[in-house]
Design a protein around this ligand. Structure first.
Ligand code: AR6
Length: 183
């Protein structure tokens, strides 16, 4: 499904993010930046060792990445040009600033992508796997944050929400439909 009533095209697809031909794909990393399971594992596996080499340089400089922050590396062998690594919050009941931290992941990732002249960016459903963020709330935060960003800074031409599982795909599509109703 696609949204066209704003200058930036917003798409929701069910796919593997490592296959996306966009300027930047976003990784749901952890604070160590050393790789892990889920989408992080898939990106490092498919992109090869160049991604980890860049991560190690960042670690040497700033000691990893904080929750809600983002860093950028090469995409190695992936079709994308860059990987933006962001660290989502672990869901801890909802009273530990999880929503705010998740929104920050999307904003910081987009700012970094924009700084690197990326015109197309693909996001996974950050924090909704191993970090257990409720998928409906995560989709709402992701959509509202990205929408606000592209309205205020219409530099990025295309945003793709790349959902892996059916449940995330449905929740993210629902958000797109809601926005389509109000624009
Ligand atoms: N393409 C797109 N989405 C994917 C893919 C893929 N290839 N593989 C999984 N997903 P998760 P988190 C979806 O667990 O919750 C790692 O170990 C998945 O279905 O990857 O932010 C890190 O190193 C889910 O909806 O990330 C951290 O330690 C979404 O990606 C921790 O997991 C996010 O799930 C981060 O946990």
């Amino acid at each position: 499904m696609t949204m066209t009533s704003i200058p930036t095209k917003i798409e929701v697809v069910q796919a593997d993010i490592t296959k996306m031909s966009v300027d930047a794909i976003v990784n749901a990393a952890n604070t160590s930046l050393l790789g892990g399971g889920g989408v992080d594992g898939a990106i490092h596996r498919a992109g090869g060792s160049a991604i980890l080499e860049d991560c190690r340089k960042i670690i040497a400089k700033q000691g990893g990445c904080k929750v809600g922050e983002a860093v950028i590396t090469t995409a190695g062998k992936l079709p994308a040009k860059y990987v933006v690594h962001t660290v989502g919050p672990v869901w801890n009941g909802g009273n530990k600033h999880e929503a705010e931290k998740l929104a920050s992941c999307y904003t910081k990732a987009l700012l970094l992508a924009k700084d690197h002249h990326c015109k197309s960016v693909a996001f996974p459903n950050i924090s909704t796997g191993i970090y257990k963020f409720p998928k409906d709330l995560a989709a709402q935060i992701a959509f509202e944050t990205v929408y606000k960003f592209v309205i205020e800074q219409p530099y990025i031409e295309k945003i793709v929400f790349v959902c892996f599982d059916e449940e995330n795909y449905e929740h993210t599509n629902n958000q797109l439909q809601k926005l389509n109703l109000f624009t």
